[in-house]
Write a protein of this length. Structure first.
Length: 127
């Protein structure tokens, strides 16, 4: 999967963080799933227990991000570095813009992580 450094990373990362981010980017190059593929799982979590369902992922991107809940998930020295998936999707009821950490998405079906996601919805107006 293609992962890029988060925007304005120089404001948030130390030199050690930058090395960890580059290691995560290198590790994710071997991931055969794309950001859109992972976004499908995240949208499913966001719409859990709702009548709404996914129609299409319109846009998705993966960037590095720090996440205190993801200690060494990408290797022994990755510390709190993670991948953040941002997405825009069309659903049967409207649109959803959101984001989720990849380490949370990995647990889809086993653990709920909706409370850790950014979710913004816009419903169709049939008027």
């Amino acid at each position: 999967m293609k992962v890029t450094l988060e925007k304005d990373y120089r404001k948030y990362y130390t030199l050690e963080d930058l090395d960890r981010a580059k290691a995560v980017i290198a590790a994710e190059k071997e991931d055969e799933m794309s950001a859109k593929d992972w976004a499908v799982y995240a949208v499913g979590e966001a719409l859990r227990n709702k009548v709404d369902s996914l129609w299409e992922i319109l846009k998705a991107e993966a960037t590095t991000a720090k996440n205190c809940r993801a200690w060494n998930r990408y290797g022994d020295d990755s510390a709190d570095m993670d991948v953040y998936i941002r997405f825009l999707a069309e659903t049967t009821e409207g649109f959803i813009r959101g984001g989720a950490y990849l380490s949370d998405i990995w647990g889809t079906g086993a653990t709920e992580y909706k409370q850790h996601m950014y979710i913004r919805t816009a419903e169709w107006n049939d008027d």
